[in-house]
Design a protein around this ligand. Structure first.
Ligand code: ATP
Length: 140
């Protein structure tokens, strides 16, 4: 059975996670405050809606607590990212994954309940360095 995923923030990071999950047969709801981003995302996810993830009422209307995993892919607006994670955990979402811009942002995300914090720029930088140091190792 397909898992129910929601991806909040449909920038390059969010839309790529969302689309990979969708292509693998999962149910993916894309959420963004930006109408253009939502329009662009329509063919890459199961369904995409305009909503502000810091708005508790909007998240309730979407039924966000029924999703197995929610990915918060908001970066630049640190306040929105933190508030969203807090809200999602308070609503009872079992697994919340959040993108952090830096170490401090990541620490706060963990404090408010994020189950997994990812640091895309840092991790990709490390991966590139590894690849340069051992080019024969297969990378995924
Ligand atoms: P990326 O680096 O992934 O390309 P970006 O540079 O567009 O992202 P970010 O600030 O990381 O910028 O925002 C990612 C997406 O999150 C944007 O499309 C933005 O509209 C969306 N977003 C920001 N705040 C909210 C919010 N409160 N609710 C829903 N979506 C939001």
């Amino acid at each position: 059975m397909a898992n129910q995923y929601a991806v909040i923030g449909l920038g390059r990071f969010g839309i790529n996670i969302a689309n990979k999950l969708f292509e693998s047969g999962q149910d993916v709801l894309g959420i963004d405050v930006n109408e253009e981003r939502v329009d662009e995302a329509q063919s890459y996810v199961t369904h995409a809606v305009i909503a502000d993830s810091t708005d508790a009422e909007a998240m309730k209307t979407i039924g966000i607590r029924n999703f197995d995993t929610v990915i918060v892919a908001i970066g630049n607006d640190i306040q929105a990212s933190i508030l969203s994670v807090l809200l999602l955990k308070e609503m009872g979402v079992p697994k919340v994954i959040a993108k952090a811009l830096n170490k401090l942002h990541g620490q706060v995300l963990e404090k408010v309940g994020a189950d997994w914090v990812v640091y895309p720029e840092r991790d990709m930088g490390i991966r590139v360095a590894h690849q340069l140091l051992s080019p024969n190792v297969l990378n995924f």
